[in-house]
Design a protein around this ligand. Structure first.
Ligand code: KG4
Ligand code: ZN
Length: 352
């Protein structure tokens, strides 16, 4: 029998049982990750190899280095995830891999690896959208999180507000017109000399500063879209001005004011989206959802408005493969199988 016939037959029996042990693989940026997840919700094994030490000295991710490092690390990382689960490849029912969006060379390493495993084992293969993976991070963190809800995905590459109608469908209702929130954190962290990755370091510095010290502009007030270039430029201009005058700059105040301004934009627009769509549940996800000021602001505002609110467990805020296996499980149950012609796609555009 041909691979696709075998995979389809296996997928059909998994759908009938509504049960599958999925091996997830994630290599879209600078984390090499693998995870074993049962029925979309029970994480048996979760391994993440962070490439931060590889890229740190360059101040950002170097795509070629990321791809080479993924190739080296994928095998050991998959073994670690299986070992943690107390399983071997024989126990795996299906493979889910991030196929878009991300660095194309980095994505390709995971996609090729996953295709090899699927072909060798005659296993169903699912291509997962990385952003759908981030949305799924709340399913593995909270047993009672289920669609419909409004979700803010705030990461290094995305600031997207989705209306999540079902496990396999989400409508984009707002997104950034320039930098993503995490990207803005990283850039301001760099001008403050905090190094890479900037988000967590900027948050730590902000905790010691006054969030109202600098008056910073708020962009696109009447839209669900974000723009962070104005606030970024305002901070950079302020630093230039102060330095050229030889004045003393309180970096903690700058970090706190910048963070306050980004948090306000993220919370205001997502809350407005929830009201417009009549949502009862709001979720936050992505690397920036590790930020305590952001989580606290969302907790407060959702409580005031009578909305339920979920943010991922700290293990699942940044890139990981458990969220990919989870999203892959729901796609598999919806019959969304990929063939061996699955390809990596760097960018995707959403209909709005
Ligand atoms: O989701 P993620 O790991 O990768 C992408 O898909 O982009 O997100 C990484 C981003 C980086 O920009 C990082 O600086 C930011 O998340 N980040 C934070 C914090 N922790 C990570 N930003 C603000 N505060 C944090 N605590
Ligand atoms: Zn991500």
């Amino acid at each position: 029998m041909r691979y696709m016939d075998i995979a389809q037959k296996r997928a059909q029996s998994l759908i009938e049982k509504q049960s599958a042990v999925v091996l997830g693989i994630e290599t879209s940026c600078d984390e090499t990750a693998a995870a074993v997840v049962k029925d979309g919700r029970q994480v048996y094994g979760n391994a993440v190899y962070s490439q931060i030490p590889v890229h740190e000295r360059y101040g950002g991710v170097v795509p070629e280095l990321a791809s080479r490092n993924h190739v080296e690390q994928l095998g050991p990382v998959v073994q670690r995830a299986l070992h943690e689960a107390g399983m071997t490849l024989k126990d795996i029912d299906a493979i889910a891999v991030t196929a878009c969006p991300g660095l194309v060379g980095a994505l390709l390493t995971g996609v090729s690896y996953a295709k090899g495993l699927a072909y060798a084992g005659g296993l169903p293969l699912v291509g997962v959208n990385h952003i759908a993976g981030h949305i799924a991070a709340n399913y593995i963190s909270h047993a009672d999180c289920a669609p419909p809800f409004i979700c803010l995905v705030a990461s290094g590459g995305h600031s997207h507000i989705f209306d999540v109608g079902a496990y396999t469908s989400a409508t984009l209702i707002g997104c950034t017109r320039d930098d993503a929130a995490g990207e803005a954190f990283d850039k301001i962290a760099r001008v403050l000399g905090l190094g890479y990755p900037g988000g967590p370091r900027l948050e730590a510095l902000a905790a010691m500063g006054n969030p109202n010290a600098l008056p910073l502009p708020a962009a696109l007030r009447d839209s669900l879209d974000f723009s962070f270039s104005g606030v970024k430029t305002a901070v950079i201009n302020y630093l230039h001005r102060m330095r050229s005058r030889g004045g003393n700059v309180n970096y903690a105040d700058v970090a706190a004011s910048f963070q306050h301004s980004v948090v306000r934009a993220l919370v205001d627009k997502t809350m407005r989206a929830a009201t417009m769509r009549g949502a009862a549940l709001l979720t936050l996800t992505g690397g920036v959802s590790a930020n305590k000021a952001l989580k606290e602001a969302f907790s407060k505002r959702t409580e005031e408005s009578g909305l339920r609110f979920f943010a991922p467990h700290p293990r699942y805020t940044g890139d990981n493969a458990a969220m990919i296996a989870c999203a892959g499980y729901y796609a598999l149950m919806a019959g969304q199988l990929a063939g061996l012609d699955l390809n990596a796609v760097a960018r995707i555009t959403y209909a709005r």
